[in-house]
Design a protein around this ligand. Sequence first.
Ligand code: FES
Length: 116
Amino acid sequence: MQNIIEQYNTVDHTNVKKWFLAGRTTDFPADGGACVKYETRQIAVFHFTRISKWYACQNLCPHKLEMVISRGMIGEDEGIPKVACPLHKKTFSLEDGGNLNGDDYKIAVYPVKIEK
Ligand code: FES
């Protein structure tokens, strides 16, 4: 099971060599998430309309290794955009993937670029 987690590593936008076309903006729900597949990975993409931002992170919840993060609710915690796993409500920062419950779990986050 550890191999699944090891596939997911945060990518900083300055390290992107090639962008992956995840879909059209209309393919993703407002204030919600959708999952796209990139190679062997599942990536959750969120359109946070209230703050006019897009986020991407691993779809794999590190708590019980379930592919569910894209179905989580998004919101803010003291100004930090976050997603709550739909299963046990562990919450993660959409900015840096940090766990906001004080647990050791962390998720990988990825840059998003919108082209017109
Ligand atoms: S599986 Fe996500 S919080 Fe438990």
